[in-house]
Ligand binder design. Structure first.
Ligand code: IVH
Length: 704
């Protein structure tokens, strides 16, 4: 009986470990969470009854006790080496030329390209197939014993090979001959980007401090004393090297090592590829530089390795860098620099946004002098101080932003930042609304807001007035030529000529010409004032929805502006709309409806509309029959089969144009089924539900 239970116990351990492997290593589970929990519970029950049976490879033994004071030191069985860097293809070729001179076998070498994951390098010991020790790299000779933390990383097998009986699912892998009695492998522990973002989101929601980046979080979580905390962090790893093997043989090429490690049940990246020549290897590497954002983890480059490990070893080292491999680095995306100051910008709606003024620094080939700091709360939460060394990130299309301060680099001279009490543009006191992070300048006449307002009004998506750049807009406002966007339409060519002169004068003082213009040279007449005048006049003819966009009502984008235009027809009607009336439009919720009503009830905006009307900027649009007054209002239709004259889209438009609604599926709530030729199953369903069936002619009659 006990024998049977013991063998069931062994079987359960193997099964749970195997399913762990399917989930955490292959990312391809074959059973549900529920089934997994059942197996685990059965296992736990046996262990509770027979504590003496429990072994170190049991999946229940991952999170152990806290490490008492500090980690023990571990001497590595062989040096844990580093890598020389190559910045670009030329550098990689230069490396190849150098090593070719040392050994001419390199000429015919094959290369393996692997991702260079930005994580924490770890060294894992297996004795007789059992995971017995895990260490950090340390100085390459001696590391720290972080076994109890590493045991919580589910991608690390506690026993290898992961039960080979169950391996039938994994094809095209080397047959596992034998596992060396003492096998030491190296890998990179890390937190995948998505998991990192989720972790930070959770922390933020819980009101806790968020982490700076995946690398520091993974390293920090593995190098603190409580395994329970490590277990709560989504750390995983990928392995790529055999550091030491005793009592058994292992492959001698890098490519085969990767396959071998995979066959033992270790997590191995599926990105590595083997190439017959360096150029192909470089080409593959470069595809990852461009497609870096597609990698699920942070990588700071790719590693190009000579495949033949005997040859690679024969090449020797330079310091701690083996000659047989090179790190092909991607341009950095995160750098540290000094925060010189914080500027405050005023947005269109009056929101004040802090912006970091940085000591110029190159990130990924671009010189960065400014970065966003999101909002004032962010500065306080991250405790960012003026004079701090800060970590700045620039990736893809994202605007550079300050991740946080490097606290260890502080000298004590850094100054805490205080948000402004007054708007930096107009000097009026700033305000903060309950429940919002933003601080606002609520002065409607604030020149900085007006600049942003006009910029938005003339932008391509709104009134599309070409030639009115920010510089000109600023001059128009500084010279009091305009006080709102309506004033643009009363500007004369003469006014614009004066503004243009001012612009030319400003530009000249900023960039004086190197050689003075010859007095005799005939100047071409400046066409800009006239062009601008025409562009402004033409904008009067822009359709209503563009004018609505230009007004900059909070929450009203292009699609909604179009809906508002066809529903209300002009700004007189829209000004009188009620919250309930607005909410009848699809996509308009209570918040947006309120924001529209608010906008039209403000005195400044009422005046603005009056001026626009006087200036002849009052477009109208053909109104769609309002849903509440149409003949079909309140009715729901489903169309099936081919109608004699109306297409499917045409029928939809016809019904909606008269205030009806069209849906795809029949229910008891359907008012009518419009039946055409060759109807589908909807006809049967309508009959069974007792829904009235009509044809196109009857539909037309209802509207007449
Ligand atoms: S090979 C001889 N391969 O990059 C072996 N390193 O300075 C030398 N790294 O901290 C290392 N991914 O932890 C190698 N696929 C990979 C790697 C990798 C990440 C890290 C490694 C080390 C640094 C190299």
């Amino acid at each position: 009986m006990a024998d049977k239970l013991l063998s069931r116990y062994e079987e359960l351990k193997a099964q749970v470990n195997f399913h762990n492997y399917r989930y955490h290593v292959l990312d391809a589970p074959v059973i549900s969470d529920l089934e997994y929990d059942r197996l685990l519970n059965e296992l736990k029950k046996i262990e509770a009854d027979h504590p003496d049976w429990v072994t170190q490879d049991s999946p229940t033994q991952r999170a152990g006790a806290k490490v008492s004071e500090k980690f023990e030191k571990v001497r590595h069985p062989a040096p844990i080496l580093s890598l020389a860097n190559a910045f670009g293809a030329d550098d990689a070729r230069a490396w190849f030329e150098r090593v070719k001179k040392i050994d001419d076998r390199v000429e015919k070498a094959k290369f393996v390209v692997e991702p260079k994951i930005d994580g924490l390098s770890v060294v894992l010991h297996y004795r007789d197939g059992m995971f017995t020790q895990g260490a950090t790299r340390g100085d390459g000779e001696v590391g720290e014993d972080i076994t109890s933390n590493l045991r919580t990383v589910k991608a690390i097998p506690l026993k290898i090979p992961v039960d080979s009986d169950q391996f039938s699912v994994i094809s095209d892998q080397l047959l596992v001959a034998s596992v060396p009695r003492h096998l030491v492998i190296r890998g990179e522990a890390f937190i995948p980007i998505k998991e990192f973002e989720e972790l930070n989101k959770k922390l933020e929601e819980a009101g806790e401090k968020t982490y700076l980046n995946p690398r520091n979080t993974a390293a920090g979580s593995l190098r603190q004393l409580d395994p329970v905390l490590t277990a709560s962090r989504p750390i995983t790893l990928l392995v790529y090297q055999i550091v030491h093997a005793e009592g058994g043989t292992v492959p001698t090429s890098q490519w085969e090592i990767l396959q071998y490690l995979k066959s033992l049940g270790f997590p191995v990246s599926d990105i590595p590829k083997r190439f017959d020549d360096l150029d192909s290897a470089i080409a593959y590497t470069e595809t990852f530089n461009e497609g870096r954002d597609t990698l699920p983890y942070e990588a700071d480059g790719m590693v190009i390795k000579i495949d033949d490990l005997t040859l690679a070893a024969d090449l020797g080292f330079v310091g701690k860098d083996p000659r047989g491999a090179v790190a092909f680095k991607f341009p950095a995306r995160e750098v540290t620099t000094t925060l010189l100051g914080i500027d405050v910008e005023v947005g269109r709606t009056g929101v004040l946004t802090p912006r970091a003024v940085l000591e110029a620094v190159e990130i990924g080939g671009v010189v960065v002098r400014n970065a966003t700091l999101h909002n004032f709360d962010y500065i306080e939460e991250k405790d960012i101080r003026i004079g701090d060394r800060v970590l700045v990130k620039r990736a893809g299309e994202v605007i550079p932003y300050v991740i946080g301060p490097v606290v260890d680099a502080r000298s004590g001279k850094e100054k805490t930042y205080r948000p402004p009490m007054k708007c930096p543009a107009c000097g009026q006191p700033v305000e903060h609304f309950e429940g919002e992070v933003a601080w606002y300048c609520v002065n409607a006449a604030c020149p900085a807001q007006l600049v942003r307002n006009v910029e938005h009004f003339v932008s391509r998506g709104a009134m599309d007035i070409e030639g009115l750049g920010t510089e000109l807009v600023k001059i128009l406002i500084e010279t009091n030529s305009i006080r709102d966007v309506a004033d643009l339409f009363t500007l004369t060519i003469e006014d614009l000529a004066v503004i243009n002169e001012e612009l030319n004068r400003k530009r000249k003082t900023k960039n004086p010409p190197k050689t003075p213009a010859k007095a005799t040279a005939k100047k071409a007449p400046d066409k800009r004032p006239e062009k601008l005048f025409n562009a402004i006049s033409n904008a009067k003819k822009q359709p209503l929805h563009r004018l609505i966009i230009g007004l900059g009502i909070h929450g009203v984008g292009e699609v909604m502006a179009k809906d508002l235009a066809i529903t209300f027809g002009d700004l007189d009607n829209l000004s009188n709309a009620t919250k309930d009336g607005l909410m009848e439009i699809g996509g308009v919720g209570p918040n947006i409806a309120e924001s529209i009503v608010d906008w039209f009830s403000t005195t400044t905006n009422k005046n603005l509309l009056k001026k626009l009307k006087q200036a002849g900027v009052w477009p109208s649009e053909k109104k769609k029959t309002s849903a509440s007054t149409g003949k079909l209002s309140g009715m729901t239709f489903v169309v099936t089969g081919t109608l004699p004259t109306l297409s499917r889209e045409g029928a939809k438009e016809f019904i909606e144009g008269s205030g009806g609604k069209v849906t795809d599926s029949i229910s008891k709530k359907t008012s009518y089924l419009v039946l055409g030729e060759n109807p589908g199953s909807k006809f049967e369903k309508a009959k069974s539900l007792g829904v009235k069936v009509i044809d196109e002619a009857e539909l037309r009659k209802m509207v007449k």
